[in-house]
Design a protein around this ligand. Sequence first.
Ligand code: FPP
Length: 250
Amino acid sequence: MKFFKEKTVDVVENIDIDNIPEHIAIIMDGNGRWAKKKGLPRTLGHKAGVETIRNIVKECSRLKVKYLTLYAFSTENWKRPVDEVNALMKLLVEYLKSEFEELNKNDVVINYIGNIDGLPEICKNELILAHEKTKNNKGVVLNLALNYGGRDEIIHAINSLVEDLKLNKLKDSTITEEIFERYLYTASMPDPDLIIRPSGELRISNFLLWQCAYSEFWYSDICWPDFKPENLRKAIIDYQKRSRRFGGLK
Ligand code: FPP
């Protein structure tokens, strides 16, 4: 007689499918350096990065990851040359248009976090449309972080909360973590279990500052355009070897 449920291990890839991170967040870094190494303009690095997005979303769907958050444009990325900013905005619109059918067919929910009011109108409209059309899907939630900054998110949450207090919409005057989290762009989503940063940089760059309190970090020297589904699987396997104690004891 068996007293314990046997673990279902994906033997081919050594992934424990019972311990897949529920929420993976990725800082898609290294597009510019990838392009430079090849003697190409930076924008072609971003274009190659879109191909990686396609493959990684598919892999997350296959592995049944519930949330995939991709840092696509930060509140600080406006400091880049206007041509690069425009190229990124164009890529976003093209991606949403060209990938919509495939993403919808694969049950993906297209979502966004960040101050999308600050994006060009066409980007904002395409995002809202894609979200409206896919919000009832049941597969992976693809969270595109756009005009997103962790500090900006916290300030935005505080302002909305103060507004609700003024309007007497909040019964409690003592603000708890749970109440505060309802005002973040990520309200109702679990915190990221695993944060991946390719390209060799070892910093958080204003990404999910509140939510990363107990995230596991995984870094790699590979630039984002070269990041493959097997690299994602390696990150998950490493994650599965970690002991997560959340400040407590095992
Ligand atoms: C960081 O690499 C990457 C970005 C700031 C943009 C990421 C955007 C995409 C991959 C494509 C557009 C997004 C969507 C959702 C279609 P970097 O340019 O800072 O690289 P570097 O550090 O090597 O210069």
